[in-house]
Design a binder for this molecule. Structure first.
Ligand code: FES
Length: 166
């Protein structure tokens, strides 16, 4: 039962008990052990998780050739690739500028692929029209899968003359 003084101040007998030296060091040791335990747990979790670099697959399905009308340039944003179709056929081409790696943009009004960074311009076949880009946009292998889907392999570059007849 609390005394009248304790009730007035809102304190009880336990809170008035001074912390003795042994309890103080026990509290410190407990805190230090808890911190060390948390640190060890974090390091263990990091160590046991795989140290792998996840990269998107380099081969992707680009839909059907019917998705690309004749005389079109289509940008596939998540792959940074253009699918270009003409009356001769179809090809896949990188959208990454060969100067310093900016992502180019198809400009239908000027019939060019333009780089917003330093002004390089490319024809729809990837050849450089205006520098500073030193090389054409590379073409990637594109083939038809058994189900008729286009499959582009960004690891396999091909000559610009290799056009998929569709
Ligand atoms: S990165 Fe394209 S022109 Fe410089």
């Amino acid at each position: 039962m609390a005394s009248d003084d304790e009730l007035k101040t809102g304190e009880n007998a336990e809170s008035k008990t001074p912390l003795n030296r042994r309890d103080f060091f026990n509290e410190i040791a407990g805190c230090a052990l808890a911190i060390a335990g948390i640190g060890a747990a974090v390091v263990t979790v990091e160590y046991s998780s795989p140290n792998v670099l996840f990269e998107p697959p380099t081969t992707f399905r680009a839909g059907s050739s019917d998705d690309y009308p004749v005389d079109s340039v289509t940008y596939i944003q998540d792959q940074q690739v253009y699918i270009v179709r003409t009356e001769k056929g179809l090809w896949a081409m990188s959208a990454v500028c060969t100067h310093l790696g900016c992502i180019t943009q198809w400009k239908p009004e000027s019939n060019q692929i333009a780089c917003p960074c330093h002004g390089s311009k490319f024809r729809r076949d990837g050849n450089v029209q205006a520098g500073p880009a030193p090389r054409p946009l590379p073409h990637f292998s594109v083939r038809l899968a058994a189900d008729g889907a286009l499959v582009v392999d960004k690891l396999e570059t091909v000559k610009e003359t290799e056009i998929l007849k569709v």
